[in-house]
Design a protein around this ligand. Structure first.
Ligand code: DX5
Length: 204
């Protein structure tokens, strides 16, 4: 059984879309600064305002997360991931997140070699492996991600592996077989009956 983190990026973070995904395991909140990625989305104030019974799984796609992560901790995030490509101080970001009692994750783009995160695998709680270039929903799943998932799983049998981008019933199965635990999905969930789609992913 996979866990599901439902993204509401394509639904513009509407409260209606948030309510529709209440059967997921996490609510994925995609924070983009218009610098690390071209798009600009929400910031900590919106993370705080969104009402959900689900844990808030915050995915920071921002540069210099060490300068801003405290705002997201204060906004009520339950777990926070930042991009390895976006900071020179990953230990500082991990320390701030875990020091506040939250789970810390590192995310990496499809174009980033997996070995970049190896030095941190013993110190973080989860990894977000992306089969896409971060920044937008609705992109095509890149199969190169499967080898990365296997490599991370081989190095650390206990770490949580979240996969974010291009996930549907078929690609979800591939990544779970490779060793993933949590499926992040946006377009797949919102292009049909959200409850049914979440069930499909959970049953993988
Ligand atoms: C993109 C975001 C994703 C996005 C996934 O950078 O991190 O969470 O919403 O969208 P789909 O599931 O459509 O690929």
């Amino acid at each position: 059984m996979a866990k599901v983190s439902a993204s509401v990026l394509s639904e513009n973070f509407s409260q209606e879309a948030v309510d529709e995904v209440s059967s997921a395991d996490f609510l994925q909140l995609d924070v983009m600064d218009g610098l690390f990625v071209p798009n600009k989305t929400i910031w900590a104030d919106t993370v705080n305002l969104i009402k959900t019974s689900l844990p808030k799984d915050v995915h920071l796609m921002i540069i210099d997360p060490e300068e801003f992560v405290q705002e997201f901790i204060d906004a009520g995030a339950d777990r926070i991931a930042f991009h390895i490509e976006a900071t020179e101080y990953p230990e500082s970001v991990i320390g701030q997140i875990q020091g506040a009692g939250l789970k810390a994750g590192i995310a990496l783009s499809i174009e980033t070699p997996v070995k970049k995160i190896f030095p941190f695998l013993e110190n973080i709680d989860y990894v977000i492996v992306m089969p896409i270039i971060p920044g937008a929903s609705g992109q095509k799943f890149d199969k190169r991600v499967l080898e990365k998932i296997k490599a991370i799983r081989a190095k650390n049998p206990d770490i949580e592996i979240e996969v974010d981008g291009g996930i549907d019933g078929k690609t979800g199965k591939l990544v779970v077989e490779a060793g993933a635990d949590i499926l992040v999905a946006d377009s797949f969930i919102h292009s049909g009956d959200a409850k049914e789609r979440i069930k499909i992913l959970k049953n993988i």
